[in-house]
Ligand binder design. Structure first.
Ligand SMILES: Nc1ncnc2c1ncn2[C@@H]1O[C@H](COP(=O)(O)OP(=O)(O)OP(=O)(O)O)[C@@H](O)[C@H]1O
Ligand SMILES: [Mg+2]
Length: 230
C-alpha cells in the first residue's frame, strides 16, 4: 500500500479534499465550489440540497471525474484522480462509479433495453449478459417496458431507465443529480425509495435534490450555499 493510501481511513470509498472551482462570467470570476471536503463510506445514502446555481452539479461533475477542480483532490478507494489517466477515469465510471447526470439522458430513437446498453456499445471492455440487464431493469421495475421507446414513457419511468443503466456497471458509488426533479410527489418518493434500497444493499448513493422530503430520507444531509457545502 502506498503512503497516500495509508492516510485513508479504512473503508472510505470516496474522499474529496479542499475542492475549489471558479468560473468566469464576463470578466468576473466566481467560485462555484469553495473549499469542499467530503468523504463517503460504502452503503451510505447522502443527500445534497441547495438553491439553483449553488454549485451542486459542478461538484458532482468533479466527484465523478468529469471536471478537474482548480484546487484540491478527489480520491476513489485511496487513488487520486490526479494520478489516473483519462482511460483509467473512464474505466472507473464503467466499473466503480455510476453517474446519473442532471436532466434526461435517454436517446429517443432507441428502446429502453438499447438505452440501457448504450454505455456498453461505447466501451468494449464491458459486456453484461442479458440476465444482468434484466436484473437491473427488474430492480427498478421497468422490465415490462424493455421494448418501448422513450416517447411512450412517463418522467418517472425515464428516470428509472437512467438508474438501471447506471446499475449495470455494478457501481460502488451511485451519484444521482436531481433524480426527482419534475416528478409528482408519489413518483419522486418511488425513485427515492429505489435509491434508498440500492444503498441498503451496500452501494453508496449521493443524491442531489431540491426535494426536502427526499433529502430527509438520507442518512446524512448537506446543504450547498454559494459553492460552500455545510
Ligand atoms: N461552464 C460554466 N461556465 C461558467 N459558469 C458556469 C458553468 N457551469 C455552471 N456555471 C455557473 O456556475 C453556477 C453553479 O452551477 P451548477 O450547475 O453547479 O449549479 P446547481 O447548483 O447544480 O444548479 P441547479 O440546481 O439549477 O441545477 C451557476 O451560476 C452556473 O450558471
Ligand atoms: Mg444542477
Amino acid at each position: 500500500m502506498t503512503g497516500e493510501q495509508d492516510r485513508f481511513a479504512k473503508g472510505v470509498l470516496l474522499e474529496a479534499r479542499g475542492i475549489k472551482k471558479s468560473y468566469k462570467r464576463g470578466d468576473n470570476p466566481f467560485c462555484a465550489a469553495d473549499n469542499i471536503s467530503l468523504s463517503i463510506n460504502p452503503g451510505e445514502f447522502i443527500g445534497i440540497t441547495g438553491r439553483s446555481g449553488s454549485g451542486k452539479s459542478t461538484l458532482m461533475n468533479i466527484l465523478a471525474g468529469l471536471m478537474t477542480p482548480d484546487e484540491g483532490e478527489v480520491f476513489f478507494e485511496g487513488k487520486s484522480y490526479k494520478k489516473m489517466t483519462d482511460r483509467e477515469l473512464s474505466a472507473l465510471r464503467c466499473n466503480g462509479l455510476g453517474y446519473i447526470m442532471q436532466g434526461l439522458s435517454v436517446l429517443p430513437n432507441f428502446t429502453v433495453y438499447e438505452n440501457i446498453l448504450i454505455p456498453e456499445w461505447l466501451d468494449r471492455r464491458r459486456k453484461s449478459s442479458p440476465k444482468d440487464i434484466l436484473k437491473a431493469m427488474k430492480k427498478v421495475g421497468i422490465a415490462h417496458l424493455k421494448r418501448q421507446y422513450p416517447s411512450r414513457l412517463s418522467g418517472g419511468e425515464l428516470r428509472r431507465v437512467s438508474i438501471a443503466r447506471a446499475l449495470l456497471s455494478s457501481p460502488k458509488l451511485l451519484i444521482a443529480d436531481e433524480p426527482t426533479s419534475d416528478l409528482d410527489e408519489e413518483t419522486a418518493e418511488n425513485i427515492v425509495n429505489i435509491l434508498s434500497d440500492i444503498a441498503r444493499e451496500g452501494v453508496a448513493v449521493l443524491m442531489v435534490t431540491h426535494d426536502r422530503e427526499a433529502a430527509a430520507k438520507c442518512g446524512r444531509e448537506y446543504q450547498m450555499k454559494n459553492g460552500v457545502l455545510t
